[in-house]
Design a protein around this ligand. Structure first.
Ligand SMILES: NC(=O)c1ccc[n+]([C@@H]2O[C@H](COP(=O)([O-])OP(=O)(O)OC[C@H]3O[C@@H](n4cnc5c(N)ncnc54)[C@H](OP(=O)(O)O)[C@@H]3O)[C@@H](O)[C@H]2O)c1
Length: 313
Protein backbone atom coordinates (compact mmCIF):
# COMPACT_ATOMS: atom_id res chain seq x y z
CA UNK A 1 0.00 0.00 0.00
CA UNK A 2 1.24 3.46 -0.88
CA UNK A 3 0.08 5.51 2.10
CA UNK A 4 0.22 9.28 2.46
CA UNK A 5 -0.05 10.85 5.93
CA UNK A 6 -0.86 14.56 5.95
CA UNK A 7 0.55 16.10 9.16
CA UNK A 8 2.33 12.94 10.28
CA UNK A 9 5.07 14.22 12.60
CA UNK A 10 2.86 15.23 15.56
CA UNK A 11 1.15 13.41 18.44
CA UNK A 12 -0.64 10.80 16.33
CA UNK A 13 1.99 10.52 13.59
CA UNK A 14 4.71 9.72 16.13
CA UNK A 15 3.01 6.33 16.63
CA UNK A 16 1.04 5.94 13.41
CA UNK A 17 3.86 6.34 10.91
CA UNK A 18 6.15 3.69 12.47
CA UNK A 19 3.06 1.44 12.75
CA UNK A 20 2.34 1.79 9.04
CA UNK A 21 5.97 1.02 8.17
CA UNK A 22 5.83 -2.03 10.45
CA UNK A 23 2.80 -3.29 8.50
CA UNK A 24 4.66 -2.89 5.22
CA UNK A 25 3.16 0.34 3.91
CA UNK A 26 5.19 2.55 1.60
CA UNK A 27 4.74 5.78 3.59
CA UNK A 28 4.98 9.42 2.57
CA UNK A 29 4.52 12.10 5.25
CA UNK A 30 3.70 15.73 4.51
CA UNK A 31 4.44 18.55 6.95
CA UNK A 32 6.06 21.98 6.95
CA UNK A 33 9.20 20.37 8.42
CA UNK A 34 9.03 22.62 11.48
CA UNK A 35 8.92 19.79 14.02
CA UNK A 36 10.10 16.24 14.48
CA UNK A 37 8.25 13.25 15.98
CA UNK A 38 8.15 13.05 19.78
CA UNK A 39 10.10 9.79 19.74
CA UNK A 40 12.84 8.57 17.46
CA UNK A 41 12.18 5.34 15.60
CA UNK A 42 14.28 3.63 12.93
CA UNK A 43 11.12 3.27 10.81
CA UNK A 44 11.40 6.95 9.84
CA UNK A 45 14.43 6.08 7.69
CA UNK A 46 11.99 4.32 5.36
CA UNK A 47 9.57 7.26 5.12
CA UNK A 48 9.51 9.88 2.36
CA UNK A 49 9.13 13.34 3.87
CA UNK A 50 7.67 16.16 1.80
CA UNK A 51 7.68 19.76 2.99
CA UNK A 52 4.52 21.64 2.25
CA UNK A 53 2.31 24.27 3.87
CA UNK A 54 -1.16 22.84 3.55
CA UNK A 55 -2.85 26.14 4.42
CA UNK A 56 -1.01 27.96 1.63
CA UNK A 57 -1.73 25.21 -0.90
CA UNK A 58 -5.38 24.96 0.18
CA UNK A 59 -5.69 28.69 -0.42
CA UNK A 60 -4.03 28.35 -3.82
CA UNK A 61 -6.33 25.42 -4.66
CA UNK A 62 -3.39 23.10 -5.40
CA UNK A 63 -3.28 20.85 -2.34
CA UNK A 64 -5.76 18.21 -3.51
CA UNK A 65 -3.97 17.74 -6.82
CA UNK A 66 -0.61 17.55 -5.04
CA UNK A 67 -1.85 14.60 -3.00
CA UNK A 68 -3.52 12.92 -6.00
CA UNK A 69 -0.25 13.25 -7.94
CA UNK A 70 1.44 11.05 -5.30
CA UNK A 71 -0.83 8.25 -6.57
CA UNK A 72 -1.73 6.98 -3.08
CA UNK A 73 -3.79 3.91 -2.19
CA UNK A 74 -4.51 5.30 1.28
CA UNK A 75 -4.57 8.91 2.48
CA UNK A 76 -4.67 9.73 6.21
CA UNK A 77 -5.56 13.38 6.72
CA UNK A 78 -4.61 14.45 10.24
CA UNK A 79 -4.82 18.22 9.75
CA UNK A 80 -8.05 19.15 8.02
CA UNK A 81 -9.99 21.87 9.81
CA UNK A 82 -12.52 23.27 7.32
CA UNK A 83 -15.14 21.80 5.04
CA UNK A 84 -13.61 23.73 2.12
CA UNK A 85 -10.29 22.01 2.73
CA UNK A 86 -11.98 18.58 3.03
CA UNK A 87 -13.89 19.14 -0.23
CA UNK A 88 -10.76 20.04 -2.13
CA UNK A 89 -8.99 16.86 -1.04
CA UNK A 90 -12.00 14.54 -1.48
CA UNK A 91 -12.76 15.84 -4.97
CA UNK A 92 -9.14 15.39 -6.07
CA UNK A 93 -9.00 11.82 -4.72
CA UNK A 94 -12.48 10.63 -5.77
CA UNK A 95 -12.31 7.42 -7.79
CA UNK A 96 -8.56 7.12 -7.27
CA UNK A 97 -8.00 5.82 -3.74
CA UNK A 98 -8.91 2.77 -1.72
CA UNK A 99 -9.27 4.50 1.64
CA UNK A 100 -9.36 8.09 2.93
CA UNK A 101 -9.12 8.42 6.70
CA UNK A 102 -9.95 11.78 8.24
CA UNK A 103 -9.06 12.86 11.79
CA UNK A 104 -11.97 14.63 13.47
CA UNK A 105 -12.62 15.28 17.17
CA UNK A 106 -15.16 14.28 19.80
CA UNK A 107 -15.97 18.03 20.00
CA UNK A 108 -18.34 17.34 17.05
CA UNK A 109 -20.83 16.21 19.70
CA UNK A 110 -20.94 19.48 21.62
CA UNK A 111 -22.02 19.10 25.28
CA UNK A 112 -22.59 15.53 26.49
CA UNK A 113 -26.24 14.48 26.61
CA UNK A 114 -26.83 10.72 27.01
CA UNK A 115 -23.59 9.07 28.10
CA UNK A 116 -21.55 7.24 27.14
CA UNK A 117 -22.08 9.19 23.89
CA UNK A 118 -22.37 6.99 20.82
CA UNK A 119 -21.09 7.90 17.38
CA UNK A 120 -24.68 8.19 16.09
CA UNK A 121 -25.73 10.77 18.71
CA UNK A 122 -27.19 13.98 17.22
CA UNK A 123 -24.47 16.56 16.55
CA UNK A 124 -24.75 19.80 18.56
CA UNK A 125 -21.27 21.31 18.28
CA UNK A 126 -20.38 24.77 19.53
CA UNK A 127 -17.27 26.82 18.81
CA UNK A 128 -15.72 27.19 15.36
CA UNK A 129 -13.45 24.15 15.70
CA UNK A 130 -16.21 21.68 16.61
CA UNK A 131 -18.67 23.17 14.12
CA UNK A 132 -16.19 22.88 11.24
CA UNK A 133 -15.20 19.34 12.20
CA UNK A 134 -18.88 18.33 12.31
CA UNK A 135 -19.43 19.91 8.89
CA UNK A 136 -16.43 17.99 7.51
CA UNK A 137 -17.77 14.74 8.94
CA UNK A 138 -21.25 15.33 7.49
CA UNK A 139 -19.75 16.14 4.09
CA UNK A 140 -17.39 13.13 4.02
CA UNK A 141 -19.91 10.57 5.27
CA UNK A 142 -22.45 12.01 2.83
CA UNK A 143 -19.93 11.49 0.02
CA UNK A 144 -19.38 7.92 1.22
CA UNK A 145 -23.11 7.16 1.02
CA UNK A 146 -23.93 9.06 -2.18
CA UNK A 147 -20.75 8.70 -4.21
CA UNK A 148 -19.04 5.69 -2.60
CA UNK A 149 -16.07 7.75 -1.42
CA UNK A 150 -14.19 5.18 0.74
CA UNK A 151 -13.84 7.34 3.83
CA UNK A 152 -13.53 6.67 7.57
CA UNK A 153 -13.64 9.40 10.22
CA UNK A 154 -11.79 8.94 13.53
CA UNK A 155 -12.71 11.29 16.41
CA UNK A 156 -10.01 11.47 19.12
CA UNK A 157 -10.56 12.74 22.63
CA UNK A 158 -7.88 14.82 24.32
CA UNK A 159 -4.63 13.33 23.03
CA UNK A 160 -2.02 12.53 25.70
CA UNK A 161 1.42 10.95 25.70
CA UNK A 162 5.03 11.51 26.67
CA UNK A 163 6.30 14.73 25.12
CA UNK A 164 3.63 17.36 25.73
CA UNK A 165 1.32 18.74 28.45
CA UNK A 166 -1.96 16.87 29.01
CA UNK A 167 -5.10 18.74 30.04
CA UNK A 168 -5.03 19.00 33.86
CA UNK A 169 -7.79 18.26 36.42
CA UNK A 170 -8.93 21.90 36.28
CA UNK A 171 -9.52 21.47 32.54
CA UNK A 172 -6.62 23.68 31.43
CA UNK A 173 -2.88 23.50 30.80
CA UNK A 174 -1.55 25.37 33.85
CA UNK A 175 1.48 23.39 35.05
CA UNK A 176 1.15 24.76 38.60
CA UNK A 177 -1.99 22.63 39.02
CA UNK A 178 0.20 19.53 38.77
CA UNK A 179 2.80 21.03 41.12
CA UNK A 180 0.16 21.88 43.72
CA UNK A 181 -1.22 18.34 43.59
CA UNK A 182 2.33 17.00 43.86
CA UNK A 183 2.90 19.03 47.04
CA UNK A 184 -0.48 18.51 48.70
CA UNK A 185 -1.44 22.16 48.15
CA UNK A 186 -4.94 23.46 47.49
CA UNK A 187 -6.27 23.14 43.93
CA UNK A 188 -9.51 24.81 42.84
CA UNK A 189 -11.77 22.82 40.53
CA UNK A 190 -14.83 24.07 38.64
CA UNK A 191 -18.28 23.35 40.08
CA UNK A 192 -18.15 20.15 42.15
CA UNK A 193 -15.38 18.59 40.07
CA UNK A 194 -17.86 16.08 38.68
CA UNK A 195 -17.69 17.00 35.02
CA UNK A 196 -15.61 14.72 32.81
CA UNK A 197 -12.56 14.59 30.59
CA UNK A 198 -12.00 12.03 27.85
CA UNK A 199 -8.26 11.65 27.32
CA UNK A 200 -6.70 9.11 24.98
CA UNK A 201 -3.12 8.00 24.51
CA UNK A 202 -1.70 8.98 21.09
CA UNK A 203 -0.64 5.37 20.58
CA UNK A 204 -4.26 4.24 20.98
CA UNK A 205 -5.39 6.81 18.40
CA UNK A 206 -2.74 5.54 15.99
CA UNK A 207 -3.77 1.94 16.62
CA UNK A 208 -7.39 2.76 15.80
CA UNK A 209 -6.33 4.24 12.45
CA UNK A 210 -4.41 1.00 11.81
CA UNK A 211 -7.43 -1.10 12.86
CA UNK A 212 -9.68 0.85 10.48
CA UNK A 213 -7.24 0.25 7.62
CA UNK A 214 -7.07 -3.46 8.48
CA UNK A 215 -10.90 -3.73 8.52
CA UNK A 216 -11.46 -1.43 5.56
CA UNK A 217 -14.74 -2.95 4.41
CA UNK A 218 -16.45 -2.42 7.77
CA UNK A 219 -14.72 0.90 8.47
CA UNK A 220 -15.67 2.65 5.23
CA UNK A 221 -18.60 5.03 5.59
CA UNK A 222 -18.30 5.06 9.39
CA UNK A 223 -17.05 7.35 12.12
CA UNK A 224 -15.40 6.05 15.29
CA UNK A 225 -14.48 7.61 18.60
CA UNK A 226 -10.85 7.30 19.69
CA UNK A 227 -10.86 7.78 23.45
CA UNK A 228 -9.54 5.85 26.42
CA UNK A 229 -11.42 2.88 27.85
CA UNK A 230 -13.22 5.25 30.25
CA UNK A 231 -13.80 8.93 30.99
CA UNK A 232 -12.71 10.52 34.26
CA UNK A 233 -14.23 13.23 36.45
CA UNK A 234 -12.08 16.27 37.20
CA UNK A 235 -12.17 15.23 40.85
CA UNK A 236 -11.19 11.62 40.12
CA UNK A 237 -8.36 12.82 37.92
CA UNK A 238 -7.09 15.13 40.69
CA UNK A 239 -7.19 12.23 43.18
CA UNK A 240 -5.15 10.07 40.76
CA UNK A 241 -2.53 12.75 40.09
CA UNK A 242 -2.09 13.51 43.81
CA UNK A 243 -1.84 9.79 44.49
CA UNK A 244 0.90 9.49 41.86
CA UNK A 245 2.94 11.89 44.03
CA UNK A 246 2.04 10.15 47.29
CA UNK A 247 -0.30 12.95 48.36
CA UNK A 248 -3.97 13.40 49.25
CA UNK A 249 -5.71 15.82 46.88
CA UNK A 250 -6.53 19.08 48.69
CA UNK A 251 -9.48 20.28 46.61
CA UNK A 252 -11.80 23.28 46.79
CA UNK A 253 -14.53 24.19 44.34
CA UNK A 254 -15.70 27.33 42.52
CA UNK A 255 -18.72 27.59 40.20
CA UNK A 256 -17.73 27.71 36.53
CA UNK A 257 -19.51 31.07 36.17
CA UNK A 258 -16.87 32.62 38.45
CA UNK A 259 -14.00 31.48 36.18
CA UNK A 260 -13.04 34.24 33.73
CA UNK A 261 -14.21 33.26 30.25
CA UNK A 262 -11.05 34.60 28.60
CA UNK A 263 -8.37 33.68 31.14
CA UNK A 264 -9.97 30.29 31.80
CA UNK A 265 -11.12 29.61 28.23
CA UNK A 266 -9.72 26.04 28.23
CA UNK A 267 -11.51 25.22 31.49
CA UNK A 268 -14.77 26.58 30.10
CA UNK A 269 -14.32 24.61 26.90
CA UNK A 270 -13.63 21.30 28.64
CA UNK A 271 -16.34 21.69 31.28
CA UNK A 272 -18.95 22.77 28.74
CA UNK A 273 -18.22 19.67 26.67
CA UNK A 274 -17.69 17.21 29.55
CA UNK A 275 -17.10 14.41 27.07
CA UNK A 276 -17.77 10.78 27.89
CA UNK A 277 -17.71 8.85 24.62
CA UNK A 278 -18.36 5.18 23.99
CA UNK A 279 -15.76 2.87 22.45
CA UNK A 280 -18.28 0.09 21.86
CA UNK A 281 -18.54 0.66 18.10
CA UNK A 282 -14.80 0.29 17.46
CA UNK A 283 -14.83 -2.93 19.48
CA UNK A 284 -17.89 -4.29 17.65
CA UNK A 285 -16.90 -3.37 14.08
CA UNK A 286 -13.12 -3.35 14.19
CA UNK A 287 -12.29 -5.61 17.14
CA UNK A 288 -10.39 -2.67 18.61
CA UNK A 289 -10.07 -1.80 22.29
CA UNK A 290 -7.92 1.01 23.72
CA UNK A 291 -4.97 -0.13 25.82
CA UNK A 292 -4.96 2.86 28.16
CA UNK A 293 -7.52 4.14 30.67
CA UNK A 294 -8.14 7.88 30.90
CA UNK A 295 -5.87 8.25 33.94
CA UNK A 296 -3.16 6.02 32.49
CA UNK A 297 -3.16 8.10 29.29
CA UNK A 298 -2.77 11.36 31.17
CA UNK A 299 -0.14 10.00 33.57
CA UNK A 300 2.19 9.17 30.67
CA UNK A 301 2.28 12.90 29.90
CA UNK A 302 2.57 13.93 33.57
CA UNK A 303 5.45 11.51 34.17
CA UNK A 304 7.17 13.06 31.15
CA UNK A 305 6.69 16.55 32.63
CA UNK A 306 8.43 15.40 35.83
CA UNK A 307 11.22 13.49 34.08
CA UNK A 308 11.98 16.50 31.90
CA UNK A 309 11.95 19.10 34.67
CA UNK A 310 8.84 20.87 33.41
CA UNK A 311 7.28 20.55 36.87
CA UNK A 312 8.91 20.02 40.25
CA UNK A 313 7.54 17.22 42.35
N1 LIG B 1 -4.48 17.34 20.19
C1 LIG B 1 -5.63 16.91 20.66
O1 LIG B 1 -5.82 16.75 21.87
C2 LIG B 1 -6.73 16.54 19.68
C3 LIG B 1 -7.98 16.13 20.18
C4 LIG B 1 -8.98 15.76 19.28
C5 LIG B 1 -8.72 15.81 17.93
N2 LIG B 1 -7.51 16.23 17.48
C6 LIG B 1 -7.29 16.25 16.03
O2 LIG B 1 -6.04 15.63 15.77
C7 LIG B 1 -5.51 16.20 14.58
C8 LIG B 1 -4.11 16.65 14.86
O3 LIG B 1 -3.34 15.52 15.14
P1 LIG B 1 -2.07 15.63 16.09
O4 LIG B 1 -2.54 16.06 17.45
O5 LIG B 1 -1.27 14.40 15.91
O6 LIG B 1 -1.33 16.88 15.41
P2 LIG B 1 -0.16 17.75 15.97
O7 LIG B 1 0.59 17.06 17.06
O8 LIG B 1 -0.67 19.13 16.19
O9 LIG B 1 0.80 17.76 14.68
C9 LIG B 1 0.40 18.42 13.52
C10 LIG B 1 1.15 17.86 12.35
O10 LIG B 1 0.78 18.57 11.17
C11 LIG B 1 1.88 19.31 10.65
N3 LIG B 1 1.34 20.60 10.23
C12 LIG B 1 0.73 21.54 11.00
N4 LIG B 1 0.30 22.55 10.23
C13 LIG B 1 0.66 22.26 8.94
C14 LIG B 1 0.50 22.92 7.70
N5 LIG B 1 -0.10 24.12 7.60
N6 LIG B 1 0.95 22.30 6.59
C15 LIG B 1 1.57 21.10 6.66
N7 LIG B 1 1.76 20.43 7.82
C16 LIG B 1 1.30 21.00 8.95
C17 LIG B 1 2.88 19.39 11.80
O11 LIG B 1 4.21 19.50 11.39
P3 LIG B 1 4.87 20.95 11.08
O12 LIG B 1 4.52 21.85 12.24
O13 LIG B 1 6.33 20.65 10.96
O14 LIG B 1 4.26 21.41 9.81
C18 LIG B 1 2.66 18.01 12.42
O15 LIG B 1 3.22 17.01 11.60
C19 LIG B 1 -6.41 17.36 14.20
O16 LIG B 1 -7.26 16.94 13.17
C20 LIG B 1 -7.16 17.65 15.47
O17 LIG B 1 -8.42 18.23 15.20
C21 LIG B 1 -6.51 16.58 18.31
Amino acid sequence: MRTVVIGGTGHIGTYLVPGLVRFGHDVTVLSRGARTPYQSNAAWRNVDLIRVDRDAEDAAGTFGERIADLDPDIVIDLICFTETSARQLAEALEGQIQHLLHCGTIWVHGPSAVVPTREDAPRKPFGEYGIQKAAIEAYLLGKARRDALPVTVIHPGHICGPGWTPVNPAGNFDLTVYEKLAHGQEVVLPNLGLETLNPVHAEDVADLFLAAIASRSTAVGESFHAVASDAVTLRGYAYAVADRFGQEANLTYKPLGEWDRNDAAATWDHVMHSPNCSMEKADRLLGYRPRYSAVESALTGIDWLVENGKITA
